[in-house]
Design a protein around this ligand. Structure first.
Ligand SMILES: Nc1ncnc2c1ncn2[C@@H]1O[C@H](COP(=O)(O)OP(=O)(O)OP(=O)(O)O)[C@@H](O)[C@H]1O
Ligand SMILES: [Mg+2]
Length: 318
């Protein structure tokens, strides 16, 4: 199902960097079980934000609460500062979502489906429909019947429908399920495009670490209904984070002497130390000044999986 029923133009530039979504102490109990346990999380604007957790960790439950399909037992979810529980209409206006399978009429074309949904939303123009078709890359097939579409194409059509009213937030529950690697790659590309071109914040869940790493600016990790961690992805981390750095040089022993005091050591023929980007530049300059030839510098970046294993003490997520 989709929940997109708001006037066109609901999206406007956000003042400052206020979070698009604020979850505060969100808790869901069903019977005696606590399915979601005191989840507090901010989703910054303009990002592709990942919600990562193994099967049964509570991703769908959280998303159902975010779009008002399920009541919270406790806590608060604010979307663009409107409470989904107390001010549903105002909050949901900013949301486009595909939570379960998007409902499409198989015997109509993609375009006819979009027209049909557009009629239910005041202010959607044909130009806007063309725009969303373009954004999700469905131009070539939009006038074919939906029954001839692949899974990936149906999903694009679902996304096109969900963003027609220009929401500030697009929520997708496990959008890569069932897609082949090419489909996943395409999804990744157009989600990024949506974030850049339309300024949409994308909230996307997955149980696959490797996908999240490629797709997202930031990832929240949940396990058994509890938030374990929120991590920016590598680009943002590299600036300050320490990583293991390998220097390939012509005189390793001399290089080690030059770098005395930096904690450098020899590993095989490489000089190795822990440093950030600035340290790397400084060490390189020192080596070159000392007449040492630097053939290569390699940084060992921690993957999200490494980080995840650190955080959880070794419990694997996939
Ligand atoms: N209506 C319900 N009644 C009882 N338990 C439920 C209900 N809905 C979900 N649960 C339980 O809540 C937990 C979280 O389920 P949820 O579907 O949110 O997980 P998920 O992270 O989306 O998993 P998956 O990756 O398999 O989609 C599971 O243990 C599930 O059995
Ligand atoms: Mg789920």
């Amino acid at each position: 199902m989709t929940s997109s029923s708001a006037p066109a133009g609901a999206h406007a530039a956000l003042p400052n960097q206020e979070p698009v979504v604020r979850m505060q102490g969100v808790t869901k109990r069903i019977g005696k079980r606590t399915i979601i346990d005191n989840l507090t999380l901010d989703v910054p604007p303009g990002e592709v934000f990942g919600f990562l957790g193994p099967n049964g960790s509570g991703k769908t439950t959280t998303i159902r609460m975010m779009v008002g399909l399920m009541k919270l037992s406790q806590g608060e979810i604010l979307i663009r500062n409107h409470s989904i529980s107390r001010d549903y209409e105002k909050a949901i206006r900013h949301v486009g979502a595909i939570v379960e399978n998007p409902e499409m009429y198989k015997y109509l074309t993609g375009y006819q489906n979009l027209l049909h949904f557009a009629r239910m939303i005041p202010g959607i123009t044909r130009q806007r429909i063309d725009e969303v078709v373009q954004l999700v890359g469905l131009n070539a097939r939009i006038h074919d019947k939906v029954k001839t579409y692949s899974l990936g194409m149906r999903q694009r059509l679902g996304v096109a429908q969900a963003i027609m009213h220009k929401p500030s937030l697009l929520i997708l529950d496990e959008p890569t399920n069932g897609l082949d690697p090419a489909g996943i790659r395409e999804l990744r590309d157009y989600l990024r495009l949506l974030a850049i071109e339309e300024g949409i914040t994308v909230f996307v869940s997955s149980h696959l670490l490797s996908e999240m790493e490629l797709m997202c600016d930031r990832v929240a990790i949940i396990q058994s209904g509890k938030l374990i961690d929120v991590r920016p992805m590598r680009q943002q981390q590299m600036e300050t984070d320490l990583s293991k750095v390998f220097f390939e040089v012509d005189q390793p022993q001399t290089a080690l002497e030059v770098l005395e005091g930096t904690g450098a050591a020899l590993e095989g023929n490489h000089v190795v130390f822990l440093g950030n980007r600035e340290n790397i530049a400084a060490c390189n300059a020192q080596l070159v000044q000392a007449g040492i030839k630097v053939y290569g510098i390699r940084q060992q970046i921690k993957t999200l999986e490494d980080q995840f294993l650190e955080v959880t003490g070794g419990e694997r997520i996939v």
